[in-house]
Design a protein around this ligand. Structure first.
Ligand code: SAM
Length: 276
């Protein structure tokens, strides 16, 4: 695991408050995090020793969903909501390897991501970064820079990977996704990964992790049910196998290692807009 960031933080970073992006960075083994961020994961680890696997499976799902869209559809425009801090394989690197002409717009509102992720996520003229609140689809898609960069009349791949579980119920995630989908052209794809309450023997684990996340310095992390997750694809046709635990969504090979119960507590799916 990389050495975490220590010592003085730049002025734009409030090291007394955990940041979703930095907590996730720590869970993935990154170094752009502070004590307050690490504390969130360490608290959850007490109820779920393999908590890091939530982040690992989420990221692996993003990579496979991006590869799927890049190889199986003619889409060349991506809107990655809640991009996070740069990591080993970023969305534009994944899809541009397969489709050199692909354009990727990243959106995030975390000061750390805006300040130092931005430069790294904008490393060519086919990638851009827009600082916006992704709970406001009209603002995201209305940003003149996004409108100039993406052709919003042509199909788009919209990613909400590891983001919506940080939205409160009061934000009405289903409405937010309906507003995004309404604005997307026919032929667009939507990929979502989200903390999951499987409503079976693993419910207790999901609810214990939720309690710790919500009361941690990060203050968010809802584990929603299958019905709630399926509601995040309003009016879309689901690509097989629908919403399943992320590690089971078109894995790269057979599962021969022992799965951990936390892996059944994060799910993902991909939908397509077939009609307007
Ligand atoms: N999508 C990346 C992935 O799956 O690897 C990063 C996921 S990270 C767990 C969630 C990201 O969503 C963070 O970078 C956070 O700042 C961003 N985020 C959460 N709520 C947001 C909001 N309301 N507006 C913009 N970004 C948000």
């Amino acid at each position: 695991m990389a050495q975490p960031t220590e010592g003085r933080a730049p002025a734009y970073i409030d090291t007394t408050k955990a940041s979703i992006a930095r907590v996730y960075d720590y869970a993935l083994g990154g170094k752009d995090n502070y004590e307050v961020d690490r504390e969130t994961i360490e608290r959850v680890r007490k109820v779920a020793p393999e908590v890091n696997q939530l982040a690992v499976d989420n990221r692996a799902f993003l990579i496979r969903a991006a590869r799927f869209i890049a190889t199986q559809t003619s889409i060349t425009q991506y809107l990655d909501c809640g991009s996070g801090l740069p990591t080993a394989e970023n969305t534009h690197q994944i899809v541009q390897r397969l489709q050199p002409e692909a354009r990727v717009a990243y959106v995030d509102n975390d000061p750390t991501v805006i300040a130092h992720g931005r430069a790294l996520l904008e490393d060519d003229d086919q990638t851009m970064f827009s600082p916006a609140d992704i709970r406001d689809p009209a603002a995201v898609l209305g940003d003149p820079a996004i409108q100039e960069f993406l052709d919003l009349e042509q199909p788009i791949a919209l990613f909400q990977i590891g983001t919506i579980h940080h939205f409160a119920d009061a934000d009405d995630p289903r409405r937010i996704m309906a507003e995004f989908v309404e604005r997307l052209p026919v032929g667009s794809f939507v990929a979502v990964a989200h903390f999951f309450d499987p409503e079976n023997a693993d419910t207790e684990l999901a609810r214990r992790m939720e309690q710790v996340f919500v009361h941690s310095p990060m203050g968010s992390g809802r584990f929603r049910t299958r019905a709630e997750l399926e509601g995040l694809f309003p009016g879309l046709d689901m690509i097989e196998p629908g919403v399943v635990p992320c590690f089971q969504w078109w894995p790269d090979g057979p599962q021969i290692s022992q799965e951990d119960p936390v892996q059944r507590c994060i799910a993902g799916g991909v939908g397509v807009k077939r009609e307007g």
